[in-house]
Design a protein around this ligand. Sequence first.
Ligand code: ADP
Length: 647
Amino acid sequence: MRVLVVEDDPLLCDVLRDFLRELGHEPVVTHCAEDALTSMGLELPDAVLLDIYLPGISGLDFLQLQTTRESRIPIVAISGMAAESQARECVQLGAVDFLPKPVELERLREVLTCLEPHAGRPSPSAHRNERRRAPRAAVAVPVRVVENGGTEWEATSVDLSTVGVKLRSSRAVNPGRAAKLSFALPDGDGALEVSAMLVRSDGRGYAFDFVSPTDDQLGRLREFVQRGGAGPARAVEAHFRVLRAISRALSLSLDVDQMLRIALDALTRVTGHEISSLHLLSDDRRTLRLLADRGLSAELRMANRVLAVGQGVIGRVVVTGETVHVTNVAASAELPPAERAVVEREGIRGFVCVPLQSRGRILGVLSLARRTSEPFSDVEIALLEAAANQISLALDNARLYSETRSQLDELKQTETQRAEGERLSTIGKLMAGLVHEINNPLTVILGQAELVMTELADSTRGRERVRIILQETSRAARLLQRVLQLGRPQPSERRPCALEDQVQWVLEAKRHELDRAGIRVVTEFSPIPSVYADQDQLRQVLFNLVQNAHQAMAKHPGPRVLTLRTTEADGRVRVEVRDTGPGIPPELLPRVFDAFFTTKPAGEGTGLGLWMSYSIVEQHQGRLGCESRPDGGATFVVELPYRKGPS
Ligand code: ADP
């Protein structure tokens, strides 16, 4: 093997050179990192022995250089400062192993043996390409790691290729040595035992490259990877099932609650020990509200109902937008003491929170906790992230759908209003034309009738007939005048006005008539907000109601009391106009707001007062209703919203 030595001490260089020759390798000696890079540029070695303390670029810096990393040549770090922390740092930066000085010949042999290409192993550069190309299968199988020094630990694979495996361990381990890995491929052909070298480690796991696997082992690995880890790999299959269930639920329904229920349900079936929850961000983006959960105890649900953004693990995810994985949530400093006790009691260990985001905006957080000591694997976290993506998309779709719907509804309403407005204005124009056409002949009839009246001075019967003609013609003319007023578009001038003042104005206008009819007026005003309305139109409505009450009571025996009451409820103000008249027979109640409906004698009623009042109140987004009380008398109620203002 061609071994590049990077060591500034010339005496140590001599020793290493001799050692390497002794072991049958070809040493290439350089005294600094810069020279080593030049040498690597000329010809790639099969391995590097790297001193950490070097003049110029240090060994640690050399490990981090992109050229070094991309070359993927196994580098063994050597240092006289044999501290555990330094060894760990070297491995984290990419060294495959760490040898303390003085370097022992036996130890060096051991390490280099692991790095030696087996018969038929491709050249370093071809091997590098193979590594890059090597397809990987995401598979979670238990792996036993036996380090050269004898230390043993358990891990779970994250992915597997023909050239190596990525592992995660629930324990804090400090690998850095060549090791033997034992694992059973789910192909039913028994366990595999392969020598491996740690080539990389980061927060998410340890990447081992297989060293000299046998042809049989390579064959099994290749076949398994080519199947994409499919077949009996139950974990991956379960994940596909979960994702399929979620995407089906999301595609079938726009009902957010239903789809979340199905999604959370599916997520808690990976091992059956999961607890899932989903928090959504409030409109002011300050709090997170628990929208749905599965498997949360009542205590934890209570504690997690509303969370502040930035606080706790879930709150932090909203701020960073990054997935957070906690292996032992009970030990997390972010957990409030009260919750810690519950979490411990329920045996919850692993906890993963992923952000729900769509179009660059965080919508909420999806969390998964587990009641087993097994931490969440990379594949499981990836599953949760994929589920979060699907849910975010669906939430966004549902929001867009409801927005579009309400916009459509609004458009429809505007369209209906516009059409209604057009219809009314056409009717108004027709009515005005009609009134004009009828008024002319009426004027002629009236004039002629009056003339006939004067000429019939001595015929009593003739005079009576003409009097009837005059009376009915006048009534028709008055009716037409009223219709003409209604048909004319009334300029509406809306401004804040106090209903109480309008009631007082009407009572003042009617005071003499009410007094004359012996009607006692009672007012019960409670403080109510003002409404945004056309004052004249409101007066017109109230005047009609008071007028009707007056006329109803004037012909009715018994006490005559007119009560006007103002109240407020549910964003609306009410004015009640109550009388002690005869009331309205139930069969007539549905007709009182119809145009031209009147029970009053000819000359007194037109049947347009309530019809017009109803349409005025409606134009103010209010309601006009009426009830006939069992104790006699009628009550009319005007309800108006008071929040409406100029927009
Ligand atoms: P008009 O007063 O010209 O008849 P309205 O539209 O104001 O027209 O009223 C329609 C009808 O409703 C009245 O003719 C009467 O029969 C009934 N009505 C209205 N107010 C009262 C009331 N306070 N008590 C009894 N009946 C009423």
